[in-house]
Design a protein. Structure first.
Length: 94
């Protein structure tokens, strides 16, 4: 199951398996208010399907709506391939 761990007020880590069934009940979202940029590390993503693309796009929209930015770091190769497949690599910024 995927969880979003808070490292600091502007730094998070997505941890675990990221699939549609794993994120369906996930209520955590990075907090974009009062910061210029939020960083989310994907280093601890064990496995992922296309749901990770939807999740990252949702977070990007939320960041933009709140006048902030999302920086995704430590993207595993499998996730990078998925994002490239959907032509989202440059949008997500990995």
């Amino acid at each position: 199951m995927a969880t979003l761990e808070t490292i600091s007020s502007d730094n998070y880590a997505l941890v675990g398996d990221v699939s549609l069934s794993d994120i369906a009940g996930m209520s955590c979202m990075p907090e974009f208010t009062e910061v210029d940029e939020v960083t989310v590390s994907l280093a601890q993503v064990a496995s992922a399907d296309s749901a990770i693309a939807a999740l990252l796009l949702q977070w990007l929209r939320k960041a933009e709506a709140e006048g902030s930015a999302l920086k995704v770091t430590d993207c595993p190769d499998a996730v990078r391939l998925l994002l490239d497949l959907y032509d989202l690599e440059s949008i997500v910024g990995v």
